[in-house]
Design a protein around this ligand. Structure first.
Ligand code: COA
Length: 388
């Protein structure tokens, strides 16, 4: 039985910052952000969007009534959850109208959470072939104004429907994994901004990638020539490029050329959204499938997931015939094109806004947010979510 990705939804907030303007405001050569880091625009979340609302908006894009009855597990990968106890999965389960006899839980391991969720979903469906699992990856990446990580922020969510007989990508059963206790990126419970040892995180990413890639090759007997494309977790688009460079010579010249072209296609959305942590790898897959040239049935796509701290995994899948019918490229392009550009002052102002932490109530301006699901306010320490 084949198990894999049946549908993919995506949501990003309606604000962005232009990276060239951010570079000027930070007295930095724009070439560093545009080429050195590889980012053109950065999504900014208003206070009416958090990891729960973004995930719900991505989920609502793909779920039909039949899916809402068939989903019996909601797995929410995030590292910017909104509650230490209640999982975002329960809110999304409600906001998306999924039938009640379901399991709902949040998973955390930096940017790796949604990949762990997919692998757990695969096992669940192997035992329960009729079921469908909703996997969410949703985050707001915040390093701080004028911090080294500032140009690698972003916000957004990806929703994946995992099922038997998938219509987009059938996932291979083999994976290669690595876990090591390192401090390359972390966010203490008290802080809403991440801490990062930037250079070390880059080195660790590449070390994890080459390690799991080599192990995947050994396990499967496949080589780079067997890959139509490789999608990477993309904290910024130069990161995947650097990792790819470490292995690209393994392919024949012809395959190298085509893998490089596919890489450019796979960063189209990430370049204008920024880092969305748990969803980044799947946003890259979405870019490839929606913005790239049509790939043939059975084309194999490699996927590298990395969550600082750190866990790395390389896995793969093969494309299903007619996958393009199920992609929502036009809708996603429209969502990106309709965003409003913020001035640097507006961005800094939004960045500093936060919800009260002293128990007082707040009502938020939801009319200006075009998303269906928004955070309307907080009362008695309870977040009030609405689906407009
Ligand atoms: N034109 C073109 N490229 C330029 C440039 C210019 N004017 N100025 C600098 N660059 C290049 C640098 O050569 C460097 O390229 P390289 O990475 O290929 O060596 C790149 O831009 C970044 O410059 P650097 O000086 O290393 O930037 P930095 O010290 O500000 O750090 C990050 C960059 C990504 C480490 C930092 O933004 C960060 O910590 N981000 C968050 C952590 C992260 O995303 N980690 C990834 C693993 S999960």
């Amino acid at each position: 039985m084949e198990i894999g990705i049946d549908k993919i939804g995506f949501y990003t907030p309606h604000f962005y910052v232009d990276m060239e303007k951010l570079a000027h405001a930070r007295d930095t050569d724009p070439g560093k952000y545009l080429v050195g880091i590889g980012q053109e625009k950065m999504a900014v979340a208003p206070t009416t969007q958090d990891s729960v609302t973004m995930a719900a908006n991505a989920a609502l894009e793909i779920l039909d009534d039949e899916d809402k009855q068939a989903v019996d597990m909601v797995l929410f990968g995030t590292e910017t959850g909104v509650d230490h106890s209640k999982s975002g999965a329960v809110w999304v389960h409600h906001l998306a109208g999924i039938q009640p006899r379901a399991r709902a839980v949040e998973l955390k391991q930096a940017c790796y959470g949604a990949t762990a969720a997919i692998q757990l979903a695969m096992g669940h469906i192997a035992l329960n072939p009729e079921s469908k699992v909703l996997v969410l990856g949703s985050d707001i990446a915040k390093y701080g104004l004028r911090s080294g990580g500032e140009p690698t922020q972003g916000a957004g969510a990806v929703a994946l429907l995992i099922s038997a007989n998938p219509r987009i990508l059938a996932l291979d059963k083999e994976q290669a994994l690595l876990t090591e206790d390192i401090m390359d990126f972390w966010r203490p419970i008290h802080s809403d901004k991440a801490f990062v040892d930037g250079k070390f995180s880059n080195e660790s990413y590449i070390k994890f990638f080459t390690t799991v890639w080599n192990e995947y090759k050994e396990k499967t007997g496949r080589t780079l020539d067997d890959m139509a494309a490789i999608c990477f977790h993309l904290p910024y688009t130069k990161m995947g490029r650097k990792a790819f460079r470490a292995i690209i010579d393994e392919a024949s010249e012809e395959v190298q050329e085509s893998l490089k072209e596919r890489y450019e296609e796979s960063i189209a959305y990430n370049k204008v959204v920024g880092n969305i942590y748990t969803g980044s790898l799947y946003l890259s897959l979405l870019s490839l499938l929606e913005q790239g040239e049509e790939l043939t049935e059975g084309a194999r796509i490699g996927l590298f997931s990395y969550g600082s701290g750190a866990v790395g995994e390389f896995f793969s899948g093969t494309l299903k015939a007619g996958y393009q019918q199920y992609m929502l490229g036009e809708k996603h392009q429209e969502m990106l094109d309709n965003r409003k550009e913020l001035s640097i002052e507006e961005y800094e102002d939004i960045f500093e806004q936060s919800l009260p932490t002293d128990g007082s109530a707040i009502e938020l301006e939801v009319e200006e947010d075009p998303a269906p699901v928004v955070l309307a306010g907080v009362r008695d320490e309870i977040r009030e979510y609405i689906n407009k």
